[in-house]
Design a protein around this ligand. Structure first.
Ligand SMILES: [Zn+2]
Length: 313
């Protein structure tokens, strides 16, 4: 055996050992997860979208799940899941909002007004009926939230191949006013517009604020966490920071987790099917536990406590 082969085989042994240690740790983490998963609060998900798997949604082991409605039609699916849940209604929390990806359906960009939408053969027009329907739903269900709402720099209106921030901002701001008027919490989506979002809330008087705001799948920098959580005039206390599997693809995720105050971090599956919710939330819990140096138990219990504080207004 030549030296190179020796080195290679030593390296292989080290790799094998690492893999075994990793695997044992995963198994240990998973055992702990199974013990405490009944306390998890999934602060942002879309499992109601998977109407083929309502039974699986009802069987998820989590304590509570916040169901984000994203379009007027989607709100019906949120309600449908609740109606199917029988005695377990309090495990699911309804949320009603117009997601920035779908703003074009009710507030199309100027270029599209009067043209036909090939997706549904309807003429593109400003349709303000969503607002009264949303208000109606929020009033009908006093525990419901405003969500998912927000602004997104990346999404494009397919028909024009462009992003339409003007319409997004108009619809977003109407929904924030409604949340303030009805004293409702907000789950907020923001992609690559943290600067403008920060300015929006800095300029918004505190008496126009919703009681609390969860910045879901928070994609800002660690320094941005500080800018939101320390916003002057008591505004900083209103912000929570949600993380999901989407955050795990970032190489800077550990620094971000460490920058989020312990009592403001929320966990979310952000999944559109119950079939993926557990796997994705487990991986996230593991990552938070390693980054914060918490046990799996502590990670579940601390984030559940934060979520309860969040939803208690
Ligand atoms: Zn979402």
């Amino acid at each position: 055996m030549c030296d190179q082969e020796n080195i290679n085989s030593n390296e292989k042994n080290v790799d094998d050992e690492k893999e075994i240690v990793e695997k044992e740790r995963d198994e240990q983490d998973y055992k702990e997860y199974l013990e405490f998963r009944g306390e998890i609060i999934d602060s942002h998900c879309h499992i109601h979208e998977d109407v083929e798997h309502i039974k699986e949604s009802l069987e998820l082991p989590f304590k509570k799940m916040l169901l984000m409605g994203t379009t007027v039609q989607d709100w019906d699916r949120v309600n449908k899941l609740l109606e199917s849940s029988g005695n377990n209604q309090d495990r699911f929390i309804r949320c009603f909002g117009i997601h920035p990806w779908f703003v074009y359906q009710i507030n199309p960009p100027k270029e599209l007004l009067g043209t036909t939408n090939s997706e549904n053969n309807e003429v593109f027009k400003i349709d303000e009926s969503w607002y009264s329907t949303m208000k109606e739903q929020l009033l009908k269900y006093p525990d419901s939230l405003v969500g998912e709402v927000g602004i997104d720099k990346v999404t494009k209106v397919k028909q024009i191949g462009k992003n339409d921030q003007e319409s997004q901002m108009a619809v977003f701001s109407k929904q924030i006013s409604l949340a303030n008027e009805l004293n409702r919490l907000v789950s907020l989506h923001c992609v690559q517009l943290h600067g403008p979002l920060l300015k929006y809330f800095q300029d918004l008087p505190i008496d126009k604020f919703p009681p609390k705001i969860a910045l879901h799948t928070f994609g800002g920098k660690p320094a941005t966490v500080v800018q939101f959580s320390k916003m002057a005039g008591g505004k900083g206390d209103r912000f929570y920071f949600g993380l999901s599997f989407i955050n795990l693809t970032s190489s800077k995720i550990e620094k971000l987790i460490q920058a989020i105050p312990d009592d403001r971090i929320l966990i979310e599956s952000d999944q559109s099917t119950p079939l993926k919710a557990e796997a994705s939330i487990f991986k996230l819990i593991q990552k938070i536990s390693r980054s914060k140096n918490w046990t799996i138990q502590k990670t579940i219990q601390q984030t559940a406590l934060n979520a309860l504080k969040f939803i208690s207004k």
